[in-house]
Design a protein around this ligand. Structure first.
Ligand code: AGP
Length: 613
């Protein structure tokens, strides 16, 4: 999806803007551009294709100035070409008054275009964004205050937008505005930045202020000012990103995805830090904003999420039902928001989202709130829209996740849900010793994950056996069914091999028809309560000449003997097995995609954060 970076400060803007765009490349885009201001001289450079193409252009045609805006575009209105790339310029009669970058969609752009054309504004692109540039330019004919002009133009726009705006009449000033598309301000020393994602500006500053819908900001190198369109001046909340300075760098890894897979032992430590209380054999959360008494009244939990977060929620369902004996339903956020799902006043609604910006999940949260339910969020991105709009919640503390294929966020979500199941269980019938056993199990996980990661060479070799497959089945039971779903999603997302996840025993009700020697069947079958029942399913695949790859407990001769490829994980209590079993599947998907020559961090057609419905 589109990305925005803006800068004003003591340094040349173009290198800062391009470096910021590079950090947003993972989000997916098809063209890139920037505009800079050197006093009142405006320079625009843009190119279809990669940020590299823009950099090459800048090598021969520079863009001087210490103030500017930049953009990566993911085409919606008009094809990906130089002309439609952002920034777009506004003004009439040869006067260029403004340059604009925009994320989102302007729904009434056609009507606005007709109106502006009738007033002498000429259009040079097929984008909806150009109407924004001309609307602001029209206001700048009667005021020289860019901040004011943007605020006057905003009410005319229907749809969603995150905007970055500069004007030759206001050297050194960047104006940002938000309605529905994320925007964050970075507060540096003698410099201010604007971005659609804090990842873009993290190396410059950890101090950030997230804009909310209807808010507009004016940045100069030493000052910033924020207003709400209806409520007037506001004092923004300053958040601190608890990221290491190198958190968004590759640090010697070939891809963000593998970096983030390998970070998982540390992720679990960070996610669980300060949340385990041995003296009471339970977990503690700071931000739930619901008392134990209120939580004991809850009779049902609904999780709403998308994609990988939905899979994590399914693990949560199994864990909470097992440890807390509380009914749980897991909903696709996109369905929940429009479905007439019956919720009574003892239903607790949780949404899960790594980014905190997924439009469908945000829609589900708003729908639950509208119906008067307390809403809680399990989110990674501090200050994101979902984090702000929920009544309470739990942060993952997984650090920034850059890889489009979510890995460490899944593990952090599952870790949080394990703690949540423990907490809810201890509010009900879970005994002190059983609570302590869960804590013991969780505390072992980082070291055990280290062991799993050591098996990467074995997994890389196994990847060679499925790299040329057209289709794969992932099978798991109980807690491992969602792990199988997640393994299948990882494979299809980055290697483009069709893959389906099923509960293992469901295989015989249909999917078994697909089994032949070209269809790998990946079983997730660590030792546990349903282990013995799964062995016969492995036999069934063997009998049909299928390729059996299994993830199992390291000394499990029975599973190893039935598998052509056996991927071991260490012995561990069942409640934490999903955290271990998912890692070989993430590594398998990664190495298959690598062997197939796929663009792992920029998989086709995908975006990291899906901010449209
Ligand atoms: C995961 O690998 C996917 N890229 C995708 O399914 C993702 O999990 C989904 O879009 C939800 O994102 P969120 O967690 O940021 O809300």
């Amino acid at each position: 999806m589109c990305g925005i970076v803006g800068y004003t400060g003591a340094h040349e803007a173009a290198p800062v803007l391009v470096a910021g765009l590079r950090r947003l490349e993972y989000r997916g885009y098809d063209s890139a551009g920037l505009a800079t201001l050197d006093r009142d001289r405006l320079t625009v450079r843009k190119r279809a294709g990669r940020v590299r193409a823009l950099e090459e252009l800048l090598e021969s045609e520079s863009a001087p100035g210490r103030c500017g805006i930049s953009h990566t575009r993911w085409a919606t209105h008009g094809p990906a070409n130089d002309r439609n790339a952002h920034p777009h310029l506004g003004g009439r009669g040869g006067a260029i008054r403004v340059a604009v970058v925009h994320n989102g969609v302007i729904e009434n752009h056609a009507a606005l275009r007709r109106e502006l054309e009738s007033q002498g504004f000429e259009f040079h692109s097929q984008t909806d964004t150009e109407v924004i540039a001309h609307l602001i330019a029209r206001e700048l004919e009667t005021t020289d205050d860019l901040f004011e002009a943007v605020q006057r133009a905003m009410p005319r726009l229907e749809g969603t937008y995150g905007l970055g705006v500069i004007s030759p009449s206001r050297p050194g000033e960047v104006v940002g505005a938000r309605f529905g598309s994320p925007l964050v301000v970075g507060l540096g020393e003698g410099e201010h930045l604007l971005a659609s994602d804090p990842v873009a500006i993290a190396p410059h500053t950890a101090q950030v202020a997230f804009l909310q819908d209807g808010e507009v900001v004016r940045l100069t190198p030493h000052d910033f000012e924020m207003r709400h369109l209806e409520h007037g001046p506001i004092t923004p909340r300053i958040d601190r990103l608890d990221w290491k300075p190198d958190a968004v760098e590759l640090g010697g890894h070939a891809h963000y995805m593998i970096k983030e897979i390998r970070e998982q032992p540390e992720t679990i430590v960070n996610t669980c830090r300060g949340r385990l209380r041995r003296s009471e054999a339970t977990a503690v959360f700071g931000g739930l904003n619901l008392s134990p008494r209120q939580l004991r009244r809850v009779r049902r939990v609904v999780f709403a999420a998308c994609g990988t977060s939905w899979h994590a929620a399914l693990v949560g369902e199994y864990l909470i039902e097992r440890l807390a004996d509380l009914p749980v339903e897991v909903e696709y956020a996109s369905e929940f928001r429009y479905r007439n799902a019956p919720l009574d006043d003892r239903t607790l609604v949780f949404v899960l989202s790594q980014s905190g910006e997924t439009a469908d999940t945000l829609g589900a949260l708003r729908e639950a709130k509208r119906r008067g339910h307390p809403t809680l969020a399990i989110v990674n991105t501090v200050g994101s829209t979902i984090a702000r709009e929920a009544d309470g919640g739990i942060y993952l503390h997984a650090g920034p996740e850059v890889g489009v294929a979510s890995t460490k966020a899944f593990s952090a979500q599952v870790a949080v849900l394990t703690l949540l199941a423990l907490y809810l269980g201890r509010l009900r019938h879970l005994s002190f010793p059983d609570g302590l056993a869960v804590i013991d199990a969780i505390e072992q996980v980082p070291a055990l994950l280290g062991e799993v990661l050591k098996t990467e060479p074995l997994i890389e070799e196994a990847a060679g056996r499925i790299a040329s497959a057209h289709s794969a089945l992932y099978l798991g039971r109980d807690l491992h069914y969602p792990v199988a779903l997640e393994g299948a999603l990882k494979l299809k997302e980055i290697s483009y091999i069709h893959a389906e996840g099923y509960p293992t025993a469901e295989m015989k009700h249909g999917p078994i028809a697909l089994v032949d020697r070209h269809t790998p069947c990946i079983f997730v079958v660590p030792r546990g309560s349903l282990h013995a029942k799964t062995l016969s399913n492995l036999e069934e695949v063997r009998a049909r000449d299928g390729l059996v790859i299994s993830v199992g407990t390291e000394d499990d001769q029975a599973v190893a003997g039935l598998s052509q490829v056996f991927l071991p994980i260490p012995e561990a209590p069942e409640v934490v097995q999903p955290l271990l079993a998912v890692v070989p599947l993430q590594l398998l998907a990664y190495h298959v995609a690598r062997q197939r020559g796929c663009d792992i961090d920029k998989p086709r057609n995908l975006a990291k954060s899906v901010t449209v419905e």
